[in-house]
Design a protein around this ligand. Structure first.
Ligand code: SF4
Length: 330
């Protein structure tokens, strides 16, 4: 049986939202950049765990402050107390920046193609990182991007930005759509870790939700991940595996083992059903119990294949805000 704080984190991650009193938020910047663009979130820390909660007036959870502590209530009763963390850019301790906030693909779980936002200039990116660095709390830089024109163009854009960011002497992680030579090119530019997202290991679901990715098959992403492990090494390559799209637990277990055997760390990411997509997406956010069960299974498989998850320095594995992260949480 996992310890109770892990079960609590599983419950908070499963709910994923909180209604927050304005007074609690004073002095805390909300997260708007990075994955989950358009959402406004806070990061809550308790008993060594961190959780990212989207602000929502309709949440079953309420956050209040009392005598310097931040307390989350459920059904009017105290669930947990802890503290809010300062967000540097999208998350605590990292500058996690979305370059192209637009996309020519049409993945059904993503709002970027609908919002069709801006493409950040190099100066804008440098400004964000400089401001984050001035806090003295910046430990890593992470970049992600939609596909404004093509994956090849995005890799060129990311490489230009990465070369300018190496001046900060911080680990750099990149989460992008792969191209046939992206891993070596990113490594040569100064990238330390990559995340290429499979999204799901159920091929039927992949076809249903990712069919708009012209020419990018699940097999191509898996081949790219294999190449990424060759280039970046074990513990430095990860992939998002969305939970809640209709996949079975057995599919998750088989998929996690397949990825782990390749040297890739799967991040089991509970589905967020975007308001803008709710009529196009068949999905159910997983319960805390399911997240716990799948999280423990993943931890066991990562141990079996000799991973050290704590070696990962960038993006979601050290952040842990959106998931139950093996070793760090569970
Ligand atoms: S876990 Fe990843 S997506 Fe979630 S807040 Fe942290 S860095 Fe962002």
């Amino acid at each position: 049986m996992p310890e109770s704080s892990v079960m609590l984190k599983a419950e908070l991650v499963a709910i994923g939202t909180v209604a927050v009193d304005e007074s609690v938020l004073s002095g805390i910047s909300v997260s708007t950049a990075g994955p989950g663009t358009g959402l406004k979130s806070i990061f809550f820390r308790f008993n060594g765990h961190r959780v990212r909660l989207e602000l929502s007036k309709d949440s079953p959870l309420t956050m209040v402050s009392a005598n310097g502590a931040v307390i989350i209530l459920k059904d009017g009763r105290e669930l947990v107390r802890g503290e809010l963390e300062q967000i540097l850019a999208h998350c605590p301790e990292q500058a996690y920046i979305t370059l192209s906030e637009r996309c020519v693909y049409d993945c059904k779980f993503c709002t970027v193609p609908i919002l069709q936002g801006d493409i950040k200039t190099l100066d804008e990116v440098l400004g964000i990182v400089e401001r984050a660095a001035k806090t003295g709390k910046l430990k890593a830089i992470a970049l992600t991007t939609g596909v404004a024109h093509s994956p090849e163009d995005e890799i060129d854009r990311v490489i230009e930005v990465v070369k300018a960011l190496t001046q900060f002497n911080l680990p750099i992680g990149v989460s992008v759509h792969p191209t046939y030579d992206s891993s070596q090119r990113l490594k040569d530019a100064g990238v330390d870790e990559v995340k290429y997202n499979v999204e799901t290991m159920d091929r039927t679901i992949f076809e249903r939700v990712c069919s708009g990715r012209k020419g990018i098959s699940l097999d191509f992403i898996l081949d790219s991940l294999r190449d990424a492990v060759r280039v970046f090494g074990k513990n430095h390559v990860s992939t998002n595996f969305i939970i809640g799209l209709g996949e079975t637990d057995e599919c998750v277990r088989t998929g996690v083992e397949y990825l782990a055997k390749m040297g890739v760390i799967p991040i089991l990411r509970p589905i967020t059903i975007p308001q803008l997509r709710k009529d196009e997406l068949e999905a159910t956010r997983p319960s805390g119990e399911r997240l716990l069960k799948l999280g423990m299974m993943t931890r066991e498989l990562l141990e079996k294949y000799g991973f050290n998850v704590e070696e990962a320095q960038t993006m979601c594995l050290p952040c842990t805000g959106c998931d139950l992260t093996p070793v760090r949480d569970i």
